[in-house]
Design a protein around this ligand. Structure first.
Ligand code: DX5
Ligand code: ZN
Length: 219
């Protein structure tokens, strides 16, 4: 399995200084950036679309991990890829069934991006059991998506551990929501190797110090 990587979310950053914020994250040691797209429909909040992904793409060469919290993601996958997304993750909850989810995975891979599937805390693993062995990333949400700064839901840990123990699952295992100095070690112990961190980094006054601190907890 891949070594665990901290994946800072730009959700809480200052968008008036996006380029500088991204440069700061990169200098602080980020190896991947997590971009949260919210449509005001699948989740009760809006963030941004492909315009900002494209702006982030011009600000850094780091891989961009784009988390699509939106309905009908298939309509926009190509545009997010063209904007510079390297990983595109779609939610199970917006799909009719697993064959629709498998089609989205195929569509993302067709564009030479890595294909991720995400499940919310109440969504059981059975809902993705047929596609889990045939995607590039599985995101177990540890909060209901929509906002940064929420409390970590431990239900994600059981799912991560179950996925880690499935021999056919080779995908990155990602966790997102409430990951901080208190919860990060439990996540890697359960098998997560992509650790999305929002407010624990963006809310700290020293990004580098916080990333180093988090890294120490998972090594
Ligand atoms: C939540 C987003 C997260 C968010 C995490 O809906 O998907 O990526 O940025 O923020 P924290 O780490 O503050 O929970
Ligand atoms: Zn996210």
């Amino acid at each position: 399995a891949a070594a665990p990587a901290i994946n800072p979310s730009i959700l809480g950053c200052d968008y008036a200084q996006l380029g500088q914020e991204i440069a700061d994250m990169e200098q602080a040691g980020a190896k991947v950036l997590h971009l949260d797209v919210m449509d005001g429909h699948f989740v009760p909040n809006f963030t941004f679309g492909m315009t900002i992904v494209e702006a982030a793409r011009r600000a850094t060469e780091l891989p961009l991990d784009v988390h699509l919290m939106m309905e009908q993601p298939g309509r926009y996958i190509r545009q997010f890829r063209e904007a510079g997304a390297d990983v595109i993750t779609v939610h199970e909850e917006v799909c009719r069934d697993q064959s629709e989810l498998a089609d989205l995975v195929a569509q993302i891979r067709e564009l030479d991006a890595l294909a991720g599937i995400a499940i919310n805390p109440p969504t059981p693993l059975e809902r993705i059991d047929k596609v889990a062995g045939n995607c590039d990333l599985i995101l177990c949400m540890s909060v209901m998506p929509g906002f940064g700064g929420q409390e970590f839901d431990h239900v994600a840990l059981e799912k991560l551990a179950a996925l880690r123990d499935r021999p056919d699952v080779t995908a990155f295992l990602e966790v997102d929501g409430g990951v901080n100095v208190e919860t990060i070690a439990d996540c890697t112990a359960a098998g997560a190797n992509m650790l999305v961190v929002g407010s624990a980094i963006s809310g700290s006054d020293n990004y580098r110090q916080r990333i180093v601190e988090l890294e120490r907890l998972i090594k």
